[in-house]
Design a protein around this ligand. Structure first.
Ligand code: MSP
Length: 514
């Protein structure tokens, strides 16, 4: 079944008016971990990210910077490419919505919707929030003390009145509900799925999908006066990236429908309501799954530019280390929930989980191998029940990890890995190889061998999460680069006794409290 082994996943494309912050880093990180996991698990992965460069918000930022939108976006989209370098993201492609291929794709989906009778010309009179690039119904808004209309997201709205094309979203209520019903895993987590379903049950209004009062967007086919609503353009990136409108192209055939669109909870409605309706309206298949993750606060406070408490990925990586930050973000909260970034919890995770539990295990075991076994992988003798239990836990962990990854429960996958770390630490304490060194060197070698094998498994499993540290563990065990995928799990690929090992080096040093 070769086509079961493909995996296409996407991040949202980021508005270029902001500098990259922890929110952007987090969404892409979650995809990166999954992409790396799937590659190691034998999948042909396509991992797409990029930048959302059209719309009123970006146009305004360009004007404020005294630049043309094109020059502005050329410059700032680079910041998002650089973020991938900083965070060690393994995206296979980077898409910009200002690329000519994307205008072609957006116009093609527009034309398909038009031909299928889902678009009509009318005029829009209502509220619009530039910050969200979203239309809101009067009933959704609150009035602040200055008399301004405020969206549920906190964004200020303005009154817009202009000719506009509409998508017949109001006709999609039943089809969408039926689609959610038939595809219970389409929206995750479950609580978000319930929210979307009740939103759709509440009734849908036709959606304005073109603007005339500014010009920074993809021109509407056959009507120069209009540009496309930025969300229709932006969502289309997911198929532009695999060569739509050429639906016979190898990439499109191989990867559509996407396995997963990862998004933040704030943009779920666009992905779980509008996007499947657009796709079905254009005669295309909807994606398989949309996962909405939670938001981070900074030391308990909502993160916002006006509060000046944006968390800069460069600063935290510089202060704590890259793998340390990757680990913290994925481990600290059940994926899907909101989380709080506090310096104290970062230090606890680093000094507890990484330095104490994992780092010490690796360091202790490898230095004993260095000292007692002449720096060579020792040869095991007959295993005891304790040995079998540990090795069995090491090899079988993949099944639980795989299940967690398929549910995007990254913290659970890490829990499983840390149970193995704890089991290995317990085994060290219990077997006491330093005592065996004096009493029974054959048993000492068996114990150290089993520990080295367990650490090899830990190295394999940790690769998606902390790629540099995992590589260092596997390097220290002299595991060749082509022996690091998940087909190497288990005793059949165990380390060869006698292999000389290099002098061990620490992987996660403790960090002193600030
Ligand atoms: N351009 C749109 C997406 C179009 S996709 C077809 C957009 N861009 S964005 O740059 O504003 O947001 C990108 C992502 O950052 C979202 O997934 C959002 O949830 C995430 N985050 C922004 N702030 C965040 C936190 N404080 N915490 C976690 N994620 C947050 O929306």
């Amino acid at each position: 079944m070769p086509d079961q082994r493909n995996f296409y996943l996407t991040t949202p494309i980021y508005y270029v008016n902001d500098s990259p912050h922890i929110g952007h880093a987090y969404t892409t990180l979650s995809c990166d971990v999954l992409a790396r996991f799937k590659r190691l698990d034998g999948f042909d992965v396509f991992f797409l990210t990029g930048t959302d460069e059209h719309g009123q918000k970006v146009e305004k930022s360009a004007t404020a910077a005294g630049k043309t939108p094109q020059a502005f976006t050329d410059e700032v989209s680079e910041n998002f490419r650089d973020l991938a370098g900083l965070m060690n993201f393994s995206n296979d492609a980077f898409i910009r919505t200002t690329e000519p291929r994307h205008a072609r794709a957006s116009q093609a989906i527009w034309s398909a919707l038009m031909e299928n009778g889902h678009i009509y010309l009318g005029s829009y009179a209502g509220w619009y929030a530039v910050r969200d690039e979203a239309f809101y119904a009067e009933s959704e808004l609150q009035t602040d003390d200055r008399g301004h209309k405020i969206a549920p997201s906190g964004a200020e709205c303005e009154w817009v009145e202009e000719p506009s094309y509409f998508f017949d979203l109001s006709k999609w209520q039943d089809r969408l509900l039926e689609f959610y019903e038939q595809n219970p895993d389409f929206i995750a987590p479950q609580s978000r799925r319930n929210e979307v379903i009740s939103f759709v049950k509440g009734g849908l209004q036709d959606l304005s999908i073109s603007r005339t009062s500014f010009g920074w967007g993809v021109p509407v086919p056959d009507d120069d006066g209009h540009i496309m609503y930025v969300w229709l353009d932006a969502l289309t990136n997911y198929i532009t990236g695999i060569d739509y409108p050429d639906t016979d192209a190898p990439a499109y055939r191989q990867y559509w429908p996407a396995d997963l669109h990862m998004v933040g909870k704030d943009i779920l409605r666009f992905h779980a309501v509008y996007w499947p309706a657009f796709l079905m309206g254009a005669g295309l298949e909807p994606p398989k799954r949309v996962f909405a993750h939670g938001w981070w606060t900074n030391e308990g406070q909502k993160i916002s530019k006006s509060l000046g408490n944006i968390i800069d990925p460069y600063e935290i990586v510089e202060t704590y280390g890259l793998d340390q930050i990757r680990y913290f973000l994925l481990r600290e909260v059940p994926f899907g929930n909101d989380g709080d970034f506090s310096r104290k919890s970062v230090l606890n995770r680093i000094n507890g989980d990484l330095a104490n539990d994992l780092g010490n295990l690796v360091q202790r075991v490898l230095s004993m191998v260095g000292r007692y076994c002449d720096g060579r992988v020792p040869a095991p003798a007959m295993p005891t029940d304790d040995d079998r239990v540990l090795l069995e836990q090491a090899a079988s962990a993949i099944e639980a990890i795989r299940r967690s990854m398929d549910a995007q429960a990254f913290n659970e996958a890490l829990d499983t890995i840390w149970s193995l770390v704890r089991a290995a630490n317990g085994y060290v304490d219990h077997q006491a190889p330093w005592r065996l060194h004096k009493e029974d060197t054959e048993r000492r070698d068996t114990v150290l061998y089993n520990l080295a094998e367990t650490i090899r498994h830990l190295g394999l499993y940790l690769q998606p999460f902390v790629p540099d540290a995992a590589a260092s563990i596997l390097d220290q065990l002299e595991i060749a680069d082509d022996q690091r995928d998940f087909s190497r799990i288990g005793g059949g690929h165990a380390m060869k006794p006698g292999t000389p090992l290099r002098k061990p080096s620490a992987i996660f040093p403790r960090i002193a409290a600030e």
